[in-house]
Design a protein around this ligand. Structure first.
Ligand SMILES: *Cc1c(COP(=O)(O)O)cnc(C)c1O
Length: 426
């Protein structure tokens, strides 16, 4: 059977496929650049695994307290080498990205300290962690105050406002690399480096933490290469490579990471406890695959931007923009288009392809939200997924794809469902 017969069975029309081929043909040079970054990052991860002398014995399961877990300790050394940090905490006991960030913040902020975000409002779930939206056990409840410097209208850093916001009690500065559900740009590592240098010039002992979610392996360097004291993220995004079924990481200075370990387990115990329960093969292998998986997702994002921009939809970032993360937003202009788009992503999934996503009320959101995800790992957003709140400008946020080929099919299916619904004419 030829390729097109299979695609036909999957519901893809020849017209949509042909448009996709034209778009892909125009992206050869761009994809070569992405492959070059992936090759560099693959070498970086491989070199770290070899330098840490990873052997098959390091995949063994530990239970109970998990004392002397050599496999766990070496995995953390591998992360520390890749991020060029003194230390790392990489654990299945960190349940998600929000948890990792919560550990990093609450470990390194004490009552009376102030937290500063120089890049505007942080990601939705962090707002309750900080206490911007009141919540039991927020940092605010423990006497940590919060201040924010908004970005300028063009999305750049407002250095005057940041200087004015830093004072004696400013202990930690949180910098979110990816835009999340905001419409501001995501930041490149170089931009983050400039911001950190500025903040440290104002207050040399301030701790700079980067929320690195969705940014890992997009570039050859990470925020910890440009002065970040901590980089924090989720293993069901880029660095888990699609294989990690849970987990989070914190890479940084020994002083910061030690405190995170004491916060995660208990004062006095720190990094010494935490059984791996047999999960280490997925963590190691996922991290090994992460550079190429991230590259595939990045190709998907760029392909989607070119496809939809060509059809007249506003894309953020725009098709030709420099990429800082794997997220692609497409403003579709109507609820019907959002539903059709998400149905296409779902229809292309290896799992739950028969389900049809519908907008639904979700806790924490004012508007109904639609989500498409047919993932091996529940909620995994390094796997092909799309979501968005049903409100103007009716933007879907699209990300992931364990392989470029799957990301491509998913995007083409999103367009197929939009054409089938009579929303787009090719
Ligand atoms: C996903 C994400 C988080 C939170 O991660 P969860 O794993 O969903 O808790 C935090 N910040 C940013 C920028 C994210 O993209």
């Amino acid at each position: 059977m030829d390729l097109f017969s299979i695609y036909g069975q999957l519901g893809l029309s020849e017209a949509v496929w042909a448009l996709g081929q034209r778009i892909e043909d125009g992206l050869r040079d761009r994809f070569r650049e992405i492959d070059a970054v992936a090759e560099y990052n693959q070498a970086k991860v491989l070199a770290a695994m070899q330098a840490c002398r990873i052997g098959a014995n390091h995949f063994a399961a530990t239970t109970g307290y998990g004392y002397n877990d050599d496999g766990r300790e070496r995995l953390e050394q591998v992360y520390a080498q890749v991020f060029h940090t003194e230390a790392a905490l990489v654990r299945p006991q960190i349940t998600c990205g929000t948890h990792a960030l919560t550990v990093a913040l609450s470990a390194n902020l004490r009552p009376g300290d102030e937290l500063l975000s120089p890049v505007g409002l942080p990601y939705d779930t962090l707002q309750e962690v900080i206490g911007i939206r009141p919540s039991p056990c927020s940092l605010a409840e423990y006497g940590v105050t919060y201040r924010q410097a908004d970005l300028k209208a063009d999305g750049s850093f407002d250095y005057d406002a940041i200087r004015a916001a830093i004072h004696e009690r400013t202990r930690l500065i949180t910098i979110q690399r990816s835009k999340g559900y905001a419409t501001r740009p995501s930041f490149t590592v170089a931009q983050i480096g400039e911001l950190i240098a500025f903040c440290k010039s104002v207050k040399p002992d301030v701790i700079c933490m980067v929320d690195n979610c969705y940014g890992e392996f997009v570039e050859p360097i990470e925020p910890t290469d440009v002065g970040a004291d901590m980089a924090v993220g989720s293993l069901i995004k880029n660095p888990g490579g699609g294989l990690a079924p849970i987990g989070g990481y914190i890479c940084g200075t020994k002083a910061c990471v030690d405190r995170c370990a004491y916060r995660l387990s208990a004062p006095g115990l720190g990094q010494e406890v935490g059984a791996n329960l047999g999960i280490l093969p997925a963590f190691y292998q996922g991290f090994f695959l992460a550079p190429t998986v991230t590259a595939g997702a990045l190709k998907g994002a760029i392909f989607a931007a070119h496809l939809y921009e060509g059809l007249g939809y506003r894309c953020i970032p725009s098709a030709g923009a420099v990429r800082a993360d794997i997220i692609q937003a497409v403003e579709l202009g109507s609820e019907a288009a959002m539903v059709a788009f998400c149905k296409g992503i779902q229809a292309a999934a290896p799992v739950d392809s028969f389900a049809a996503p519908e907008p639904w009320a979700m806790p924490g959101y004012d508007d109904p939200v639609i989500m498409a995800a047919g993932a091996f790992v529940q909620g995994s957003s390094i796997e092909l997924s799309a979501d968005g709140p049903i409100r103007p400008p009716y933007a879907v946020y699209f990300q992931g794809g364990l392989t470029w080929q799957h990301a491509k099919l998913g995007i083409l299916m999103s367009l197929q469902k939009m054409t089938d619904a009579g929303l787009v004419a090719l």
